[in-house]
Ligand binder design. Structure first.
Ligand code: MG
Length: 370
């Protein structure tokens, strides 16, 4: 089997509510999504998606993804898409770094490999749990009262995992955390996500002031160096997401004991092939995981769920469903959907979801014979 054609589509995915990132970064209202369709000489086609969470969150940019694919496409054409390591190697040789551009191609290859084997991707990766995966809420409220209200609305919909966004005013962050802990439900997973919003001393003030609560913080500071520097000065469990990009990051965090949890975002780390290695580092070191897309449609959520399913239930804390934050659905009725705050495993071969091509319009680029 060989890849004969790579078609690239651009789609705007509007957010239901505008999103403000902390630290004065730009507000955004639309996600710039790239969809990739890979065709083969045996008639199988696979789909991938690359949708950054805006372009001010981390180093990822919709036009950059499409430019990266243009550079890599000649090196990927004619390869066997089932040999994902060969495709990964070709992409890494053609364009070092640029992991966000590689993820959609990797995803489409896994989709084809799964369809070819007649297996969902996670089964092809070695086997997948059918336990519905809890979806983490995204609680962006700023006041104590609003935080309570938003969390309770999620709870009414069945959510048992919550990502409470903090990282603004230090005293208010402490007050909000203390209040949330008074209404924490039994067996709830609650993560306080600072999204790199604190300096070292701001992080320490909050983490030390809430030490008695033993709550978990995600990405309290900008870099791994920051997180390492404050580590001896607090006792809170830590999750790292934005600073977990490469396998070397994962091994450093594990070796130096910098975190108890990995937040693995597939698009950020370069797709399933690379994410699976980071998963294995986590499992080998007793590190739990959140698995999610950086953003995007049900395709991106489906990919994340396939990886999450390959993790033993006890080590997979939650996934995310960005699809719920969008007003446009490019694969209506397909793929894993939010039922009672959980995503349910898609049993179809491959990714188990493909976009409605009429909704995507004409491709913005086609590589290979047209
Ligand atoms: Mg986070």
């Amino acid at each position: 089997m060989k890849i004969t054609r790579i078609a690239v589509y651009k789609a705007d995915l509007p957010l239901e509510h505008p999103y403000w990132l902390s630290g004065g970064r730009l507000k955004f209202e639309v996600l710039d999504a790239t969809f990739v369709r890979i065709d083969t000489d045996v008639g199988l086609s696979g789909w991938g998606e690359g949708t950054p969470w805006g372009h001010t969150y981390v180093a990822a940019h919709g036009p950059g993804i499409r430019a990266g694919i243009e550079t890599m496409a000649p090196f990927v054409l004619n390869l066997d898409p089932r040999k994902v390591l060969d495709v990964e190697r070709a992409m890494d040789l053609a364009l070092p770094g640029h992991l966000h551009a590689k993820a959609p191609i990797d995803m489409a290859c896994w989709d084809i490999a799964g369809q070819s084997a007649g297996l969902p991707i996670s089964d092809l990766m070695g086997g997948g749990s059918r336990t519905p995966a809890p979806i983490a809420s995204s609680v962006g409220a700023k006041t104590i009262g609003d935080t309570r209200d938003v969390m309770n609305r999620y709870r009414e919909r069945g959510y048992v995992a919550h990502s409470v966004k903090i990282g603004g005013d230090v005293d208010l962050d402490v007050a909000r955390i203390r209040d949330v802990e008074t209404h924490r439900g039994p067996n709830e997973v609650i993560l306080y996500d600072a999204n790199r919003g604190w300096t070292r001393q701001q992080a320490l003030r909050v983490m030390q002031a809430t030490e008695d609560l033993r709550v978990m913080f995600e990405q309290p500071c900008e870099t791994l160096d920051d997180i390492a520097a404050i580590r001896p000065l607090h006792s809170a469990p830590v999750s790292v997401d934005e600073s977990l990009v490469t396998l070397q990051d994962a091994t450093r965090i594990a070796r130096d004991g910098l975190a108890e949890v990995f937040g693995i975002k597939l698009n950020r780390v370069g797709g399933l092939t690379k994410a699976a290695r980071i998963r294995d580092v986590a499992l080998a070191h007793g590190i739990d995981m959140f698995i999610m897309a950086t953003g995007g449609s049900v395709l991106a959520d489906a990919e994340a769920l396939h990886l999450a399913a390959t993790i033993p239930d006890a080590h997979r804390l939650a996934v995310w469903a960005c699809q719920d934050m969008l007003t446009k659905d490019i694969a209506r009725g397909q793929g894993p959907r939010n039922r009672d705050g959980h995503l349910h495993f898609p049993e179809s071969p491959g990714l188990g979801v493909h976009p409605d091509e009429a909704a995507l319009g004409e491709p913005v680029a086609v590589y290979g014979p047209t």
